[in-house]
Design a protein around this ligand. Structure first.
Ligand code: HEC
Ligand code: HEC
Length: 244
């Protein structure tokens, strides 16, 4: 049986290769590193390679696909779980999550958490005039007690930096953030009901969704600019005489 013989030789060769190249990256399914999975798509194949949509540096595509670089690994794994259990409904991500098992999700989460946050995330600026409205800054930092809206800063941080439990908003593509607020409002995203994002999205006016998305995406150092993100200032003060 030449067929069997060939595969025996192939297996022996593979063992020999593995034995003499211990330090080389392994490519079999159980040894794939997070990076290799991100580049290859694992069982989802080339079409599912994360880099296609989330970028080579995990910077996102500036539109509907978010930055993954620097996100908390637990958050990444949870979101992949949500896609495969139906709590998030994006068809492409659902299909991809279904081809990535738990150990692979963990490795992908660790890989993306380890990547530095890119300095210029596509889609996180420039900021629109609507997003530079001081009422939007107030909503972000103080909320609106009359309408029962908590401040975004209380969970996502004054600089939109997020923490272990709450994802960052700063340095995410603004179109992606707006889309998520709409997903909650339309009942297409249900993960983590404790976050209150479902209620919050429904308390906000339509125009506020877009403006808050733009504002928080561009947030960098709210401690230095308590009222408006730095990105608003150059546009607002093109002429130094306006500084008075
Ligand atoms: C075909 C494009 C595409 C590919 C390939 C892709 N993604 Fe996504 N991913 C998206 C889009 C679009 C979203 C936003 C989905 C939504 O709106 O709910 C997303 C969302 C996510 C999120 C949620 C992030 C957050 O901030 O909540 C994670 C985590 C994620 N993807 C991980 C991965 C991983 C890991 C891979 C590779 C195994 C991958 N994606 C491959 C398009 C893609
Ligand atoms: C009580 C805490 C809390 C408050 C207040 C809050 N958020 Fe969130 N937010 C969260 C958590 C937790 C998540 C992740 C939810 C999940 O995993 O399903 C989230 C997710 C998001 C996302 C999606 C991020 C991503 O990467 O997919 C956006 C956009 C967002 N929040 C915007 C806002 C805005 C705008 C406000 C203020 C009007 C706000 N949030 C107030 C806790 C909060």
């Amino acid at each position: 049986m030449p067929h069997l013989k060939r595969s025996f030789i192939a297996v022996t060769a593979a063992f020999a290769l593995a034995a003499c190249s211990e330090s080389e990256p392994r490519t079999d399914r159980f040894e794939q590193t997070g990076k290799l999975l991100a580049l290859s798509g694992g069982d989802a194949g080339a079409e599912g390679a994360c880099i296609n949509c989330h970028g080579l540096q995990g910077e996102g595509n500036g539109g509907d696909a978010p930055r993954l670089a620097g996100l908390n690994s637990g958050y990444i794994v949870r979101q992949m779980d949500y896609f495969s259990t139906g709590l998030r409904r994006h068809p492409k991500m659902v299909w991809i999550a279904d081809h990535v098992d738990r150990p692979q999700r963990l490795r992908l989460g660790e890989y993306y958490q380890s990547l530095p946050v890119p300095r210029d995330v596509p889609g996180a600026g420039p900021i629109s005039d609507a997003a530079c409205d001081p009422r939007i800054a107030r909503l972000y930092h103080q909320g609106d007690a009359d309408r029962g809206i908590p401040s975004c800063a209380s969970c996502h941080g004054a600089n939109g930096q997020g923490d272990m439990a709450n994802p960052p908003l700063a340095g995410q593509p603004a179109p992606y953030l707006e889309l998520q607020l709409r997903h909650w409002r339309n009942g297409e995203r249900y993960g983590n009901p404790q976050s209150g994002m479902l209620d919050i999205s429904r308390l906000l006016a339509d125009g506020e969704l877009q403006a808050l998305a733009g504002y928080s995406a561009a947030l960098r150092d709210a401690n230095a600019y308590p009222a408006l993100p730095a990105a608003c200032l150059p546009e607002r003060r093109p002429d130094p005489r306006n500084d008075a």
